[in-house]
Design a protein around this ligand. Structure first.
Ligand code: AMP
Length: 609
């Protein structure tokens, strides 16, 4: 047990500080990655000179490259699809879809234009109006992408849910946002029917039945295929404006249930500009973002970023598998690849030989986001794939990449890079008042006002305002900036757990835990994990009459897994006679964590006797 703790302590410290201890051989390797190298395909980087871009490029310059609606206004789906379908790109592939079972389908920009028009008309027919919240809850099939774009065209606010969500996760989000329509599939319908009674505002459930097998529709359910057959194909664009809500993503905070982060149509300027300059998308690229739209990355960079740049992209329906992923790259000749550290560490685990079995020579540029990318992973990719992963940083609230490594500059392995042109980032002191000098650790903050900045948390304007101080948006992350202006992630400033790139609020898991009949109290923390960065550990005290046992642990884990989703269940459970609490009765997660990792307990003056 003690050994375990010591290991975790070292691991936790390693995660926090390894970035300063880049081994010498790594540094030497990086001295060879030269600035401005046109790369494998002879393409000049879109951002060729960082210093000049920061001086000369602002958001106005990027906004000028966006079309806007012909009659005035702005709509993210028009920028992503219509403007290409109505221009020279109409026959160009927008989507190469690879099904989990190996099926492939190709959709041109014109195909997506027509299909999204039809569905947008159908949504209108179902009463969807500007500002109505419409959610998707399905696997990554082409219909998911058609649905999300159609919602925006109809003027609705699109809300993508992970298809693996359990009933509590689905109900909380639909109820909180007052969703009007849900688009789902037979695979998820059982869960939807389970939560329906608690969702009086949900008027319609559209069921996409790809496999076409006959099935009965329940109350409020309509068939996607029938709707599409009956709907008009005429253009169906709602004249939205830049400040109209377009996207809602739920994100976890330290307290309370997940909150709806609201983005507006103007966000497309951020998606477009960062996809062009950070992901370095060129018209000839075949791009693959591995993220699901249930996570903001899968929306900003799995839909709007690449398509607003008129780039062809691959969507793979299946989950992670090293061989399967390499196969996708080989089959579609992917050139630009955007993934996440947990997946990269799993690829490392699968070994160099797994990569060598496939022809990955099409790749020219690779990026990563979501968690700290350890320097070793950057070095590994250089060795195994012949290219370094470029880390970048952003979050649901920022809507688009804020800090990044760019193709035209050297990478410092372990650093998130430098602020995007138009973004001002800084490190603030503990009180979030003074900017700190390079080298000092503090709160990572951004000067408010970029186009894809969230505009509010749904129905929680007070909480939204609490995230800003003196014109700075306080990100909730701790970081340092070095003398060269590179930012280095240190950790979260709050209790939020980052497991495999997904933020999980401890409160959400604790709430699910205490619904189990045996659980009296629950406290949840993140503990270091070599692959997923953190996994969830729950401390539980049991109600009278229940005895700790391995069986009970298993049962409780399954209970939470079913209610929430696969990433939000505790991998470890420890039973305690009671949990440390403040005098006001709040469970002291900080103390649980310090004890778990064998770190100093800090101020315990508020600890209940
Ligand atoms: P989400 O809003 O779910 O995308 O999560 C955003 C959070 O993920 C950030 O506030 C960070 O804590 C973490 N994160 C995202 N990108 C990085 C990165 N490149 N390095 C370290 N942490 C990251």
């Amino acid at each position: 047990m003690q050994d375990n703790k010591a290991l975790r302590r070292r691991s936790a410290q390693g995660l926090e500080h390894s970035k300063d201890r880049v081994p010498n051989e790594v540094k030497m390797q990086y001295e060879t990655i030269r600035k401005g190298d046109p790369g494998r395909w002879g393409l000049r980087p879109n951002l060729a000179d960082y210093a000049r871009a920061r001086q000369e490029l602002g958001w106005e310059a990027f906004a000028a490259e966006i079309s806007g609606l012909p009659g005035g206004g702005l709509n993210i789906a028009y920028e992503a699809i219509d403007r290409h379908a109505l221009g020279q790109n109409k026959d160009k592939a927008a989507l190469y879809w690879e099904g989990a079972a190996g099926e492939s389908e190709r959709y041109s920009f014109a195909d997506l234009f027509n299909l999204t028009n039809r569905l947008a008309n159908a949504l209108r027919g179902l009463g969807v109006k500007k500002g109505d919240r419409v959610f998707t809850y399905m696997d990554r099939t082409p219909e998911l992408y058609i649905a999300l774009l159609a919602i925006a065209k109809a003027g609705g606010v699109l809300g993508p849910l992970f298809s693996a969500f359990g009933p509590d996760a689905v109900r909380d989000r639909l109820a909180d946002s007052g969703a009007k329509v849900l688009i789902t599939t037979p695979k998820q319908i059982k869960i939807v029917r389970q939560v329906l009674a608690g969702l009086p505002e949900l008027t319609t459930i559209i069921v996409v039945n790809r496999k076409g097998a006959a099935r009965e529709l329940g109350p409020r359910e309509v068939s996607y295929e029938e709707l599409m057959a009956e709907a008009a194909q005429a253009p169906a664009l709602e004249p939205t404006g830049p400040e109209d809500f377009a996207i809602v993503h739920y994100t976890s905070g330290t307290t309370g249930k997940p909150k709806g982060v609201m983005h507006v149509h103007q966000a497309i300027v951020g998606h477009y500009a960062t996809a062009k300059l950070v992901l370095d998308l060129h018209p000839e690229d075949i791009y693959w973002c591995t993220a699901d739209p249930g996570w903001v990355t899968g929306t900003s960079y799995g839909i709007f970023g690449p398509w607003s740049n008129g780039v062809s992209q691959v969507v793979f329906e299946g989950g992670f598998g090293a061989g399967r992923w390499y196969q996708v790259i080989e089959k579609y000749k992917v050139t630009v690849w955007y993934s996440a550290p947990t997946a990269i560490r799993l690829l490392m685990k699968a070994g160099d030989q797994a990569a060598k079995k496939y022809d990955l020579s099409s790749l020219r540029y690779i990026c990563s986001v979501g968690e700290p990318l350890n320097p070793e992973a950057v070095v590994w990719s250089q060795k195994a794939l012949g290219l370094p992963f470029h880390d970048n940083w952003w979050q649901t609230e920022t809507g688009c990449i804020q800090i990044a490594n760019y193709p035209a500059q050297d990478i410092k392995p372990g650093s998130m890079g430098r602020p995007f042109p138009g973004v001002t980032a800084t490190i603030l002191d503990e009180a979030c008042e003074k900017e700190l000098a390079p080298g000092q650790e503090g709160h990572l903050a951004l000067k408010a006002g970029w186009p894809s900045m969230f505009r509010t948390y749904w129905n929680r304007q007070d909480y939204y305002e609490s995230r800003f101080t003196n014109g700075w948006y306080i990100t909730g992350d701790r970081a340092r900036m070095d003398q060269d202006g590179y930012f280095w992630f240190v950790g979260r400033a709050d209790d939020v757990i980052n497991t495999a790139g997904h933020l999980v609020g401890p409160f959400e898991v604790e709430s699910a835990l205490i619904e189990h009949p045996a659980v009296a109290e629950a406290g949840v923390i993140g503990i270091p994990d070599p692959i997923a960065m953190e996994v969830i550990k729950a401390f539980i005290s049991l109600k009278d009459g229940y005895q700790p046992s391995e069986e009970l642990k298993k049962e409780i884990k399954q209970f939470v897994r079913k209610k929430l989703h696969a990433l939000a269940f505790p991998r470890e459970i420890e039973f305690l006679p009671s949990l440390p609490k403040t005098r006001s009765g709040k469970i002291m997660r900080r103390l649980l964590k310090a004890r778990e990792l064998g770190l100093p307990e800090g101020d315990t003056s508020t600890l209940e006797e």
